[in-house]
Design a protein around this ligand. Sequence first.
Ligand code: CAA
Length: 387
Amino acid sequence: MSFPLYAPAEEHDLLRETVRALADDKIAPRAAEVDETGEFPFDVLKALTDADLHAVHIPEAYGGAGADALATVIVIEEVARACASSSLIPAVNKLGTVPLLLSGSEELKRRYLSAVARGEGMFSYALSEPEAGSDAAAMRTTAVRDGDGYVLNGTKRWITNAGVSEYYMVMAVTDPSAGARGISAFVVEKGDEGFSVGAKEKKLGIKGSPTCELYFDNCRIPADRLIGEEGTGFKTALATLDHTRITIAAQALGIAQGALDYALGYVKERKQFGKPIAEFQGLQFMIADMAMKLEAARQLTYAAAAKSEAAMHGEKVKDLTFFSSAAKTAASDAAMEITTDAVQLLGGYGYTRDYPVERMMRDAKITQIYEGTNQIQRMVMARQLLK
Ligand code: CAA
């Protein structure tokens, strides 16, 4: 297996510089307020859209930037380094649209990918339900064929960017007797009759990205919104996660890098016992470990991104599922440790909202939970190894 684009090329480095400059200028100054108020940062969405960074993965054929998987990782990393909530703009736009890229008809791709690329609306992904979290195939939302349409009924839960997204990739049961093979994927639009969004969850972190329930009450959609064939929706949903768990790894890397960078600056400035605390070996060992864990997770994530890119180009990549779960788990576990250590390095100050590292620690936690808990990731990895 070759590793195309495994190592960042010059254009990746340039992209990183561009995104970092924009993030330092327009995103980082807003991060504390976004966290404090829990308001979705429409100004950040506009800044990202103006710079064509809101959904970089969309191919040029559909009016997108045509960024490869590694470039997409770099964009998400750099936005997350400043503000984890904002990094869910490019990340969730990818999550919502990969099912279309993998299994959608040309007509649906043209309609929706172009709209997202133009910045007309974001795209959320709706798999989980109140009784179907880790066991996603246990979903109960139904889609019943009726004439030239489908009628959807049910509830989705934990939907990222719900309400602010215009489009929703919704998995629903079309054949209740067929288990996972009876699930189909559909595009639902915000304005569809019978579709509504619940109240925002009150969360520990990523507060600037709304997480809500979606309600389908006899929600009628045209039959041409079906993605692929009936019964293929669960496979499309899991194949999508093979690509997008890598973007959660990217988010975790960015959060961790933000915390490490802040802590490095702090330990050089903060003096105790007559010298900067950076001169104490106990703290030097901590920062060395933090940077080592981060870089190890980054290399695994970039290797996973190279595999994702190869798979998107039609190559058969047998270990993509393993690499995607491994990258997500390694990066999110590293981010949790690194952000917790960053709080420790800042001592009492780190525990207050006057400094950004406690927010980063709270934001890091979700990366161990969503797009499949890290326990599910380990199960997925083990299944691949034992196959
Ligand atoms: N790609 C394609 N198809 C796959 C696949 C993959 N990676 N993995 C499995 N499949 C196929 C299987 O081959 C099987 O098909 P057949 O019946 O035709 O053989 C079918 O899918 C069902 O597979 P399993 O029997 O393995 O399914 P399972 O019920 O045991 O569940 C699971 C598998 C891995 C536990 C899965 O349910 C899972 O990943 N759960 C976690 C859910 C999750 O990640 N949720 C994330 C929500 S999105 C989110 O969090 C977004 C956000 O907020 C930002």
